[in-house]
Design a protein around this ligand. Structure first.
Ligand code: URA
Length: 339
């Protein structure tokens, strides 16, 4: 038993080092571990009791003053890129999205990170075509469709809002997170809570404002936990349902670069790969349907576990993004967070 527990602890440490901030354990496994730990403690009182599994607590959501936000309502000057070359309008389909297997292995503290309802059953992901028209008209059409999506609305926490992407639809940089948290579902805008404040700091270190970039999420609703605080990762089914909406946003915005913030965004955008470790792939370029994609740490991970090395790593990823989109980088910027 001792070896098994130590093996579990080693695996959890390795995952944490790889950038995983949440581990989900089924309530049954937690109960079994507790029984094993107390039996062991009772049997051998001179031995250290088996360590409780290092279950990561839910991300803490605190009310936060929202940063100034300008909805991307008015038409902005066209980006320097050539106009999208696709006609007819792209058919956005989620039929080819792969389910994400890794969540079975992710575990949650039952009290703080309730699992999705056992009977959760979503209809198949939406299939739709973007309308003809200019960029803003297409974005607004999509936004209307998503905020009125009956499935998204049916899965909202009571009294909360669908969260659609936000920002500059002509931005060359598209940040993609996981799912709205409590602050976001209240305001209907992505990344306005603690993690959002850190994201805005990162964006401003790049010499940009939140209004200069586009920010979206894999999910358009906050996965229900049955509680006001605490989050849980979206299920495979939830992510598969929302992905066509994210893909359509990428089709409309046509950024030069996608920044995938954290494991869920990477898995949602690149598809599942149980061997993939964020710590090993961050800082390297990937491809999302023709758009270069940079995986990096989620701001929540940096808030919880970030040390100087993590901060420098995320910053190096942003330097690579800046270079990719042709931004000038000062020597001062190159030196930020050097360890
Ligand atoms: N975390 C996310 O991934 N997205 C948000 O919008 C907020 C927090």
């Amino acid at each position: 038993m001792r070896e098994r527990i130590l093996a579990v602890v080693d695996e959890l440490k390795r995952r944490k080092a790889d950038g995983e901030s949440e581990i989900v354990v089924s309530p049954a496994s937690v109960a079994a571990l507790r029984v094993a730990a107390s039996a062991r403690a009772g049997r051998k009182s001179d031995e250290r009791p088996a360590a409780a599994p290092p279950v990561v607590t839910a991300r803490e959501e605190r009310p936060a003053a929202p940063p100034p936000i300008i909805p991307a309502r008015e038409e902005r000057p066209a980006a320097s890129r050539p106009p999208p070359a696709y006609a007819p309008p792209p058919v956005v389909t989620a039929r080819d999205e792969q389910p994400q297997p890794s969540y079975a292995a992710r575990v949650t503290r039952p009290v703080e990170r309730a699992a999705p309802p056992a009977d959760a059953k979503l209809p198949p992901p939406p299939i739709f075509s973007l309308p003809e028209g200019d960029k803003l008209a297409r974005w607004e059409w999509l936004r209307e469709r998503v905020v009125n999506c009956p499935v998204c609305n049916a899965n909202l926490n009571p009294g909360k809002q669908v969260v659609f992407g936000h920002g500059n639809i002509d931005s060359p940089i598209f940040f993609c997170g996981e799912a709205p948290g409590a602050d976001e579902e209240k305001q209907g805008i992505p990344f306005v809570g603690k993690a959002g404040q850190l994201l805005v700091k990162i964006i401003s270190a790049m010499g940009l404002t939140r209004e200069d970039v586009y920010i979206g999420n894999i999910m358009n609703w906050r996965p229900q936990t049955g509680q006001a605080t605490g989050n849980r990762p979206p299920s495979e089914e939830e992510m598969a349902f929302c992905l066509p909406y994210l893909r359509a946003q990428v089709d409309v915005v046509r950024p030069k670069v996608l920044v995938a913030l954290g494991n869920t965004a990477v898995t949602g955008l690149l598809g599942p790969d149980p061997r993939r470790r964020l710590g090993a792939i961050r800082g390297k370029w990937f491809d999302f349907k023709g758009t270069p994609l940079m995986p990096t740490y989620h701001p929540s991970y940096v808030l919880q576990y970030g040390n100087n090395t993590t901060k420098r790593q995320i910053w190096e990823d942003m330097l690579a993004v800046m270079e990719k989109v042709g931004m000038e980088i000062s020597d001062k910027q190159r030196g930020y967070f050097k360890v």
